[in-house]
Design a protein around this ligand. Sequence first.
Ligand code: PRP
Ligand code: URA
Length: 211
Amino acid sequence: MDSRLLRVLEHPLLAVHVSALRAVETEADAFRRHLTAIARLMAYPVLADLPVEGYALTTPLAGATGHRLAQVPVLVPVLRAGLGMVEAFLDLVPDAVVSHLGLYRDHVTKEPVRYYTNFPQGLMSHPVLLLDPMLATGGSAVDALTLLKQEGARDLRLVNVIAAPEGIRRVSAEHPDVTIYAAAVDERLNDEAYIVPGLGDAGDRQFGTLP
Ligand code: PRP
Ligand code: URA
């Protein structure tokens, strides 16, 4: 898949944990653990270019120059499935702001329906990370990115575990300034707009609400 703004992250442990997410026999508790491990592995490259600033500190022996983030990131998990990616990012950046966005994909139209937002003031000056394990048609991500831009966000990154070519194309077309990070790019969508081979419904598998 050729997109200038797509970064498919490669790491042997990502491949191992993504395989476990895909497997139909993986239960919700294991699914959550694997998703956390994936998010932790993805956080390093996603956050690699965060600007830092120097400050003066004192060790037990001498003065030294420390480094701190110039701006803390804002994490925006898309409810429900994005919740499982928050803890790993917070482990690395404990003072990140978490700003929830409630969206679900209507079962019939496949279009996103918003039901909850909680954004802080001043999004413009912070890196904003949209967290969602699945990028399928791209409808949810496009809607979320549009909303975040309306709220002032400028430095936006989309962090997905599994992305479909259709969703990558749609996000790249409508938000060409946003880098998409993914651990895997799958073949296609099926007639129900599920990613194939994918992992099924990420929210249901993570929270045990399978029909
Ligand atoms: C899933 C997923 C994305 C969306 C992707 O959420 O977590 O938000 O579908 O599909 P799209 O790219 O076609 O928009 P879902 O609607 O199943 O909500 P849930 O996590 O609350 O079950
Ligand atoms: N949402 C999911 O959770 N899985 C898919 O395959 C598509 C949308």
